[in-house]
Ligand binder design. Structure first.
Ligand code: FAD
Length: 406
């Protein structure tokens, strides 16, 4: 495809890029496009003062991309994911898998577990830093984007301001407003039927309790207690000093007013203890250590017809909200962002933007939906009390389809 139209690249100006949403995907796109030499502004509705979320997986497929942007998760408290042990609800081992033997043979970059807030603030610092390649990203906090115009690459802020650009990116998360600017994009996320309690506990408090200490015997393992229609997952973060917990169960049992997908929504500890009362005394001892769990409704959404329209692209949860069963929501947002930025070298003319965005959609549409569908299947298996197909989990996550097929 002829994209340069024979015009001298050196004579072209940097593109003016407007990004709605300063979450993981929006900031990665901002960093990537800054490093290409473009002038990037991010409009974020919140003050980013109380960035939330517990731990998140940095699977090898996105660790390499973060390193390419200049961010090494290990410098921000990540812990290498070394294996996985599954238990019955009462604590008998179902299976255990040591990943250390294959970790560095199967992929180039390690699989890390990191606190989401640490990842997010590292991305923010990298985006706005006066050091590094390109012009620092202009981050406009407490600025809500109400709509965009894909033909002018402009954004409309809630205070009535309109800002024009050459490329506009909707990275405004699962409840995206921007996706509606794509024909056929009036999709609304829905409760998939499961909700999750989420909380962190100091590793020390688990180690000091004889009922819970045995679950720490495998260093840096993800531990899962699997019941028929509910499960509890625990894994380390913050340099191993904290354990992250996710407790997935049928939504109707926790039945939180307002849907409970606001990330910061508190839940009743008593209700959580009741929902897991059929699990053994070790799980009860773990849950009893929490002061106030948070609750999160697991949202799914029908497939978007497109990720691009005119000079607009959407990415991350705005394009394809992810269920958490394969820990790929953040990773796919990062893949989207880095792929998009790679398609816009300095010298790209503004009138080439729609054509290059078609390439972005071509690169990302099938892969992100394939991983999303596999995530749904894994969720259905787990909901039936089946244990996790670890080989497929890894194969899909890091793109080793050959291994999955074998
Ligand atoms: P997000 O990271 O959700 O970012 C979207 C951003 O857009 C937000 O900062 C939001 O404030 C902003 N925004 C929304 N609407 C507008 C608007 N109209 N104008 C301007 N800005 C707007 N996944 C895990 O696996 N584990 C976790 O613990 C976990 N915690 C999370 C905590 C939070 C608070 C959030 C938002 C997500 C969390 N996730 C977690 C999910 C995972 O991080 C997402 O899959 C991933 O963040 C997707 O990246 P994104 O950039 O598409 O969306």
């Amino acid at each position: 495809m002829e994209l340069s139209n024979g015009i001298d690249h050196e004579q072209r100006r940097p593109l003016k890029v407007q990004i709605a949403g300063g979450g993981i995907g929006g900031l990665c796109a901002a960093i990537g496009l800054r490093q290409q030499g473009h002038h990037v502004s991010v409009y974020e509705q919140s003050a980013l003062a109380h960035e939330a979320g517990a731990a998140i997986h940095i699977a090898p497929n996105c660790n390499g991309l973060l390193q390419r942007l200049g961010l090494d998760p290990r410098q921000h408290g990540s812990v290498e994911f070394e294996g996985m042990t599954e238990y019955t609800p009462s604590g008998e081992v179902l299976k255990s898998m040591d990943l250390r033997a294959i970790n560095h043979k199967m992929w180039q970059h390690s699989w890390e577990l990191i606190h989401r807030a640490h990842l997010h603030s590292a991305l923010k610092e990298l985006a706005i830093s006066p050091k590094g390649i390109g012009k620092p990203v202009e981050l406009h906090l407490s600025n809500r984007v109400d709509e965009v115009d894909p033909s002018k690459a402009s954004i409309h802020l809630s205070d009535g301001t309109e800002v024009e650009g050459d490329l506009v990116i909707g990275a405004d998360g699962v409840h995206s407003k921007i996706r509606k600017a794509i024909p056929g994009g009036e999709k609304v996320p829905f409760d998939c039927g499961k909700s999750a309690f989420r909380f962190l506990l100091p590793t020390q408090s688990i180690a000091a309790d004889e009922k819970t200490a045995p679950f720490l015997q495998n260093h840096n393992h993800l531990v899962m207690w699997i019941g028929t229609d509910r499960r509890l997952v625990m894994y380390p973060c913050v340099g191993g000093t904290q354990m992250n917990f996710v407790a997935i169960h049928p939504s109707e049992e926790s039945a939180v007013d307002g849907g409970g997908d606001a990330w910061q929504q508190s839940a009743s500890k008593g209700k959580m203890m009741k929902i897991y009362e059929s699990f053994g005394e070790s799980v009860a001892a773990l849950l009893n250590k929490v002061d106030e769990p948070k609750i999160w409704t697991l949202l799914d959404m029908d497939q978007m017809p497109h990720f691009v329209h005119g000079s607009l692209a959407i990415l991350g949860d705005a394009a394809h909200p992810f269920l958490p069963h394969q820990a790929q929501g953040g990773a796919q947002a990062i893949e989207d962002a880095v792929s998009l930025a790679a398609l816009f070298p300095l010298g790209t003319a503004a009138d080439e933007v729609p054509e290059r965005l078609q390439l972005y959609e071509g690169q990302r549409y099938e892969r992100s939906h394939k991983i999303q569908e596999y995530t749904r299947l894994a969720g259905r298996d787990l909901a039936k009390g089946q244990s996790l197909d670890m080989q497929s989990f890894i194969a899909y996550n890091v793109g080793h389809d050959e291994w999955h097929a074998s």
